[in-house]
Unconditional design. Structure first.
Length: 187
């Protein structure tokens, strides 16, 4: 019985005093009396009140959101999406594959956790990305998208995503289109 009590004290009380934040991450703290605290803990070892405060780690490194054919959507929290089908300005359907590079804004992580939650990929990244890519593609003709102006279209998508994500605490670093093909060529 004494070993059980000692084990409990070591694991839950003593280890509950500290939160170790690794490089590339920040921690937010939920305080049972004050809610999610605005202060974000940077990498290092921090003290917290056991049982009263809960710390949650968030990755603030650059993350890769892949949009590709055959992506497995079985786990909705996975970073990525199936290829996007969209209509161009001249009415053609195209399939789009690529990568979005993004990261959480360190200064906004506590607000993201408070207002959106841990599943921000499902709630924010996936639907906004699909919508904004379709919006930009619908402004251009198929020939421009496939060959002539891809770098300009990537910049346009990045601008749309940046405007949409900025208020949500997400920073878009780059948009890279890897494959754009008319639907008639994919069959």
């Amino acid at each position: 019985m004494n070993k059980l009590v000692v084990s409990f004290l070591l694991d839950d009380v003593l280890m509950g005093l500290f939160i170790s934040v690794p490089p590339g991450h920040v921690a937010c703290v939920y305080d049972r009396g004050r809610g999610v605290l605005k202060k974000v803990w940077k990498p290092g070892l921090h003290l917290k009140i056991p049982f009263w405060q809960k710390a949650k780690l968030f990755n603030v490194q650059t993350l890769e959101y892949g949009i590709k054919k055959g992506f497995d959507m079985a786990d909705p929290a996975v970073l990525g999406d199936e290829e996007i089908q969209s209509k161009t300005a001249n009415g053609d359907d195209v399939h789009i594959q690529g990568t979005i590079l993004f990261r959480l804004d360190e200064a906004e992580v506590s607000r993201v956790w408070q207002e959106i939650g841990e599943d921000y990929v499902e709630k924010i990244i996936r639907p906004i990305t699909r919508s904004r890519i379709r919006l930009v593609i619908s402004r251009h003709n198929t020939d421009d998208i496939i060959s002539k102006r891809r770098d300009q279209i990537e910049e346009e998508i990045k601008g749309e995503l940046t405007r949409s994500f900025q208020e949500k605490g997400v920073i878009v670093e780059d948009v890279l289109l890897s494959h754009v093909m008319p639907v008639r060529q994919t069959r």
